[in-house]
Design a binder for this molecule. Structure first.
Ligand code: UD1
Length: 357
């Protein structure tokens, strides 16, 4: 039976990794979805819909409304808002490669900060004043204490333009919300999203050499890369390698649905921040071991120098989301590796693999 159609959510960056998985859960939960994406980091395929969204349609058996629009273009963006009755915005669109952000900071600030300002201005003009923002645990900088609670200071020790842009936009949204009580917003601070949809049809498709651990390991397992470099084994952690809070992309997507429900409650009080993590840290060696178990492949690796800007450990205190959103991450590290492996082995070249549907 078709679920009753719910509110309409405009999703910026909905064709990307986190965006596409969240669109699946929005559609499965009866929301109407309008996707806006400039496809800068997305495999376009040869149709009007990018391949990731075609596959979202295939998974959900629902149509996805999509506009190839850049947030830096206020005229086109406003047209989209005028064409639909939007109740709420989920804002994912951003550039996210840490190293690249150091090389081309202005491009990052223009896309992530100016793009967000334009989005907020258009929302204001069109009287859409509810927002879920895709933030990152990177705003905490170097942890002063662990686990990281939402009260931990932010902005200090953000070492790169990507991280600073996430912090700046959070601050901007907060100032806006407190300047005008008709606005309300939730910022979700992600720890390390990994894995893929359990169907193996959508997943993370980094262009070029992956920057992040799990996509790199998956490419070693599938034979695209020869061996993993472990960036340091002399950290103050149980086995010397970096410890992170990996969270399955499905759990992360569900966290957005729960945040949205909270935001749409009449009693919601304007501005909240929630960590989305499991609360458990795993080392690089733990992840390698789990991936070997999930894939049945040996992951070749070597120890390399520390990566500049890396920290020893980062993991969430996820109690606030549990208490207020009734959300908990359910998937294990092995689930994350199994789903990642299904996606990677079925799509060794990401969305460019095989038939383009
Ligand atoms: C990185 C970003 C962070 C962003 C997050 C998104 C950096 C410095 N930080 O976090 O801002 O929000 O991704 O998921 O890039 N590792 C290796 N070899 C590799 C890759 C990674 O040993 O080839 C290690 C790292 O040193 C780290 C762990 O694996 O200990 C996780 O790294 P990664 O997946 O890049 O995530 P973060 O650094 O936590």
């Amino acid at each position: 039976m078709e679920a009753q159609r719910g509110p309409t959510v405009l999703v910026t960056g909905g064709a990307g990794f986190v965006g596409s998985h969240t669109v699946v859960e929005l559609l499965n939960n009866g929301y109407e979805v309008v996707v806006v994406d400039n496809l800068v980091n997305v495999y376009k395929g040869d149709g009007t819909l990018p391949v990731s969204l075609k596959r979202v349609e295939e998974i959900t058996h629902k149509k996805v409304l999509f506009y190839n629009v850049d947030l830096l273009n206020p005229v086109l963006l406003e047209e989209v808002f005028r064409m639909h009755k939007i109740d709420c915005v989920m804002h994912f669109a951003a550039l996210k490669a840490v190293g690249e952000s150091v090389q081309i900071p202005l491009t990052y600030y223009k896309n992530n900060v100016t793009g967000s300002i334009i989005l907020l201005e258009v929302m204001k003009k069109c009287n859409v004043k509810k927002l879920v923002y895709s933030s990152s645990a990177t705003v905490y900088g170097t942890p002063q204490s662990l686990p990281l609670t939402e009260e931990h200071p932010t902005g200090q020790g953000c070492t790169n333009p990507y991280g600073k842009s996430k912090y700046f936009v959070e601050e901007m949204i907060k100032d806006l919300v407190f300047s005008d009580e008709s606005w309300s917003a939730i910022s979700l601070r992600y720890f390390n999203p990994v894995g893929a949809h359990e169907s193996g049809r959508i997943g993370e498709a980094p262009s070029g050499i992956p920057n992040n651990l799990m996509p790199y390991i998956a490419q070693v397992a599938v034979g695209t890369r020869e061996k993993l470099k472990i960036f340091g084994n002399d950290y103050d952690t149980p086995d010397g390698t970096g410890v992170r809070d990996y969270i399955h992309i499905y759990d992360l997507a569900v966290g957005h649905i729960d945040a949205l429900k909270k935001l749409l409650e009449p009693s919601f009080s304007r501005w909240k921040v929630y960590n989305l993590g499991t609360g458990t840290g795993y080392s690089v060696l733990d992840v390698i071991k789990a991936f070997e178990e999930a894939s049945g492949k040996k992951i070749a690796y070597e120890i390399a120098p520390r990566r500049p800007g890396d920290i020893a450990s980062s993991y969430a205190d996820a109690q606030l989301a549990k208490k207020e959103l009734n959300w908990v991450a359910r998937k294990t590290l092995l689930d994350m590796c199994r789903d990642m492996w299904r996606w990677q082995s079925n799509n060794p070249d990401g969305y460019a693999t095989g038939p383009k549907v």
